[in-house]
Design a protein around this ligand. Structure first.
Ligand code: NAD
Ligand code: ZN
Length: 401
């Protein structure tokens, strides 16, 4: 029986309204002189790039920006960013954006330090040592990439999203400024917010650390459910229950934005140590096939997978219902657990996430292939509290169709 667990995050986290104003000081403490900001044209237009550039210039740094970021980024975008970095020769990378841009920056930080191509690092623990100095600044409240050990890249040739997982990928500093999320449109707020909920729920209901089925000789950053993961996931679920709807309905609600920024950070701290599970494994091929956002795919699939997993973790699901604000007094554990699913279904509807895969363009004839691709993502499936066959995965896809 396993009795040891560990917990890893970014080296430092700087959190709060106007935290980006401290970037000059932070970069100087890192002894940086030349920073490359990795972002996209939308965020440049929204003025966020300028808000990051200014304090760096004021501190005397030379600054350049790569603005070729894209949602669900391709390996091609990663290589373009790497090329610009090689020409500019920065001593600091700054990932500015949602998960997509932060992941591009993390990929570039890997390539700049260790060379090679993106495919060399796909999988678990393939990065041989520390990556390039990196600050991440989230502009969505969702992925937790600012503290996580993951980079998710779309492999266009194989129509699937692939993950690079390594504790070396955790940024040096996460600067989480809720004001950077205020311009986030309602759909991006909803999609990224329910992704954070999926991270917290998958971590909180993961297989226990003591039972984590890691084959002899394999290494992974995921460890199964453990006390620090629970602490972060519980708080994240409560905050999301309280604030996600408010942030979607009124993007200028700063209390809600701040609550969601903290929730996404905590959910990132939880899942990146404990693991994500069947929802994420099913979303990767769906996202690769129909090009929906990661959050929409997860949010859609979440209650279906919760129903499948319920019998393996009744107590944890009952606790989730209470954390989401449901009244569970007097209910049996099973009835309370069912309420967690209903609460997520209601939240999903309230924020406008579709309920059926066919709404995303998935076709009946694709289900078997999607199930087979899901079944191949073993590093995630072993985190799931229930082991699952290809037929069962196909069955869940069928229910969700
Ligand atoms: N590395 C990890 O740990 C991790 C975890 C979960 C998901 N992901 C990945 O992250 C990606 C999704 O990231 P995301 O949900 O944060 O969305 P995103 O980064 O894909 O952004 C979606 C769109 O919203 C725009 N946007 C973002 N912030 C904005 C703001 N403040 N104002 C205006 N527009 C804004 C972006 O320009 C982009 O066009 C996926 O590729 C997913 O697989 C990574
Ligand atoms: Zn996710």
């Amino acid at each position: 029986m396993r009795t040891v667990w560990s917990f890893h995050i970014a080296h430092s986290i700087v959190f709060g309204r106007d935290a980006v104003k401290q970037l000059g000081e932070i970069a100087t403490r890192m002894r940086a002189k030349k920073a490359l900001i990795v972002t996209d044209a939308i965020l440049e237009k929204a003025g966020l790039l300028e808000r990051v550039r200014q304090p760096l210039l004021a501190a005397g740094l030379t600054v350049d920006a790569f603005t070729g970021g894209e949602p669900e980024p391709s390996m091609r975008a990663g290589l373009a960013c790497y090329e610009q970095a090689k020409t500019f020769q920065p001593d600091l990378l700054i990932g500015l954006g949602g998960g997509s841009n932060m992941d591009l920056a993390k990929l570039a930080a890997t390539l700049l330090k260790h060379g090679g191509g993106p495919r060399d690092y796909v999988g678990d623990d393939k990065i041989p040592g520390p990556v390039f100095p990196l600050i991440c600044i989230p502009t969505t409240a969702g992925t937790g990439s600012e503290v996580s050990a993951a980079t998710v890249i779309t492999d266009n040739e194989n129509h699937i999203k692939v993950g690079i997982l390594s504790n070396w990928l955790r940024p040096t500093v996460a600067v989480v400024d809720p004001l950077m999320t205020v311009s986030c449109p309602p759909k991006v707020t909803a999609d990224s917010g329910i992704d954070a909920l999926t991270h917290a729920i998958e971590a909180f209901t993961a297989i226990d650390n003591a039972d984590f089925p890691l084959p002899e000789g394999e290494r992974t950053v995921y460890q199964g459910k453990h006390p620090m993961g629970d602490l972060c996931a519980e708080r994240a679920i409560t905050l999301i229950g309280k604030y996600l709807c408010r942030a979607v309905k009124d993007g200028s609600d700063l209390e809600a934005r701040e609550g969601m920024a903290l929730a996404a950070l905590l959910a990132g701290m939880a899942f990146s140590n404990v693991g994500v599970a069947l929802v994420h494994a099913m979303e990767y091929p769906v996202g690769g096939a129909v090009h929906c956002s990661h959050g929409v795919g997860n949010g859609l699939l979440l209650p279906y997978v919760m129903r499948f997993n319920l019998s393996a973790k009744v107590k944890a699901f009952a606790e989730i219902a209470a954390l989401l604000g449901e009244n569970v007094t007097g209910l049996t554990e099973r009835a309370a657990a069912e309420k967690a699913i209903a609460a997520v279904e209601k939240l999903r509807a309230d924020i406008g996430i579709p309920q059926r895969l066919r709404d995303l363009g998935v076709k009946q004839e694709q289900l078997r292939g999607l199930a087979e691709k899901t079944f191949g993502i073993k590093r995630i499936l072993r985190v799931n509290p229930r082991s699952v066959t290809v037929e069962e995965i196909e069955g869940i896809f069928q229910e969700a169709l």
